[in-house]
Design a protein around this ligand. Structure first.
Ligand code: NAG
Ligand code: NAG
Ligand code: NAG
Ligand code: NAG
Ligand code: NAG
Ligand code: NAG
Ligand code: NAG
Length: 347
């Protein structure tokens, strides 16, 4: 019998490797706030957020998907780079195929991390124990949270019956510790359930978002900036401690704060024309959250791809696209101690 030619053999081996790779998806689970919410919020009965409405989603989905953006958000781009489908919101009706992962993030005060964790546990319990262990242990987990907390306590107090309070400086450290403590307790729980690979991003330049400039009249809000910087600095420290103490724990932290602030300050270096004013909203800097509200009316730019900010607090799809490429394969200056690509490709 003749043996098959080495060329065909090599071809078959390569083909097999590609097929196996294709099937060998790394599931992707996402936890956080509106920056990462792909639409859970609309299904949550106690949500304080308005229902999804146009022009949110106008660029890519052509319907309001529930994302706080004109198009795709960072988890969408990362999923694409990792050869996954777009990760669906866990609360999406009839969604039950968790092979590629699930998104538990929720905009606004609707679902805090502890509640997101309880949904994650619910998912885990729906699966066969062995399948669940396989899925959870090879997955990548993405966390981004804290922005709402710091906005709530860092802004100037509302004159009347408002809920906003400016946090006294002596309590800042304690507050940041509490927020990070909440994050690490959820991360540790996911680790105990089998999770090993974690992505994080710092909180954004909260004090300089269109929302903050609208509130202040024009300038950045220093009290918010201080809290955001404290959080971001401590986040890395806390994560090194976890890499040191939890065997097998691996993470990547993306400096979302600096990357977005840089784009905001020098938009033309990144191919944008507008870095401070939101594309959609009203008031100074379009920093009032009215985007899509027909009752109040709102301004809408004609080309969101020219804007860094889509609404008062969320970047456009174009900005997210650039941020995601830094997160995925950027250098150690923006994402450390490894980038998302390296984390996804780890065994
Ligand atoms: C995605 O697929 C491409 C082409 O098949 C492959 O080169 C790449 O390594 C895959 N990426 C990941 C993270 O699996
Ligand atoms: C679940 O999703 C994966 C990845 O998208 C797909 O390959 C698989 O066929 C799906 N399974 C079912 C039962 O639909
Ligand atoms: C402020 O609170 C008081 C007492 O609770 C209430 O009577 C009043 O209507 C509130 N004012 C506004 C503007 O909400
Ligand atoms: C900043 O916060 C402090 C409390 O820590 C408050 O006294 C001060 O008024 C705030 N500054 C501004 C400009 O809101
Ligand atoms: C931390 O979590 C607890 C329990 O979920 C919550 O009550 C508290 O407000 C959180 N603290 C902060 C600062 O987010
Ligand atoms: C708001 O107005 C736009 C444009 O007129 C319209 O397409 C949309 O359906 C309206 N939305 C709601 C919720 O009424
Ligand atoms: C980083 O990833 C993006 C998106 O896949 C790609 O366009 C870019 O060429 C990559 N850059 C490097 C240096 O690999």
């Amino acid at each position: 019998m003749e043996r098959s030619s080495p060329v065909i053999g090599t071809f078959l081996t390569l083909w097999a490797v590609l097929v196996i790779r294709g099937q060998c998806h790394t599931p992707f689970f996402i936890f956080g706030d509106s920056v990462l919410d792909a639409g859970n919020n609309q299904y949550y009965p106690l949500s304080d957020q308005p229902k999804p409405r146009m022009p949110y989603g106008e660029t890519y989905f052509h319907y309001p998907s529930g994302r706080s953006c004109d198009g795709r958000i960072i988890p969408d781009f990362l999923a694409q780079y990792a050869n996954l489908t777009l990760i669906e919101p866990y609360l999406e009706p009839e969604f039950n195929n968790y092979t590629d992962g699930a998104n538990f993030a929720s905009a606004g005060a609707g679902i805090h991390l502890k509640l997101q964790l309880s949904y994650f546990e619910e998912m885990n319990n729906k699966l066969e124990p062995e399948a669940a262990q396989e899925l959870l242990s090879k997955a990548v987990y993405f966390f981004s949270i804290g922005g709402n907390d710091y906005m709530n306590v860092g802004m100037p107090p509302l004159p009347e019956n408002g809920t906003r309070v400016a946090l006294a400086s002596s309590y800042r450290k304690q507050y940041v510790k509490a927020v990070l403590g909440n994050i690490t307790s959820v991360v540790k729980k996911v680790y105990e359930m089998g999770g090993r690979k974690f992505l994080f991003q710092t909180v954004g330049p909260l004090g300089c978002m269109p929302l903050s400039r609208w509130i202040s009249g024009s300038e950045c809000i220093a009290n918010v900036t201080i809290l955001a910087k404290m959080h971001n600095k401590r986040l890395s420290i806390v994560l090194w401690e976890l890499e040191d103490t939890l065997p097998g724990f691996k993470c990547a932290v993306f400096d979302y704060y600096s990357a977005l602030l840089e784009m905001s300050k020098y938009p033309s270096n990144f191919g944008f024309t507008e870095g401070q004013r939101a594309c959609c909203g009203s008031g100074n800097f379009n920093g009032e959250f009215t985007c899509g509200d027909n009752e109040t009316g709102y301004n809408l730019c004609s080309d969101p791809s020219q804007y860094v900010w889509f609404d008062a607090a969320h970047p456009t799809e174009s900005a997210n696209n650039y941020l995601s490429s830094l997160f995925w394969n950027g250098s150690l200056e923006v994402v450390w101690p490894r980038n998302a690509k390296a984390l996804f490709e780890m065994p």
